[in-house]
Design a protein around this ligand. Sequence first.
Ligand SMILES: [Zn+2]
Length: 97
Amino acid sequence: MPRRRDPYACPVCGTRAEPKRTWQLVSPFPDAQGRVTVTVMGSFECPNCGHKWRTAISKIKVGASGVEVESGGRRVTRQERPEERRGEVIEIDIDEE
Ligand SMILES: [Zn+2]
């Protein structure tokens, strides 16, 4: 099994870095289930070798049937009915390894 790529690890030397900047990309088109995908992007600079890269840190799919989060290859699905939502609070659990 190939280990999934760590978005926080430098692709050149493997040193982990914190994102210098993050931003969200919202897909203009919903997917087959009518969900909108929000991708959290990060801009990194390796503290060891100086390499700079950008990568998707996580993806969040938001639709009428709930919220699905992909982070580091892990998928977390929230089954949630729209009428049960209180305000616009979206609860997300991301387990860091
Ligand atoms: Zn590096």
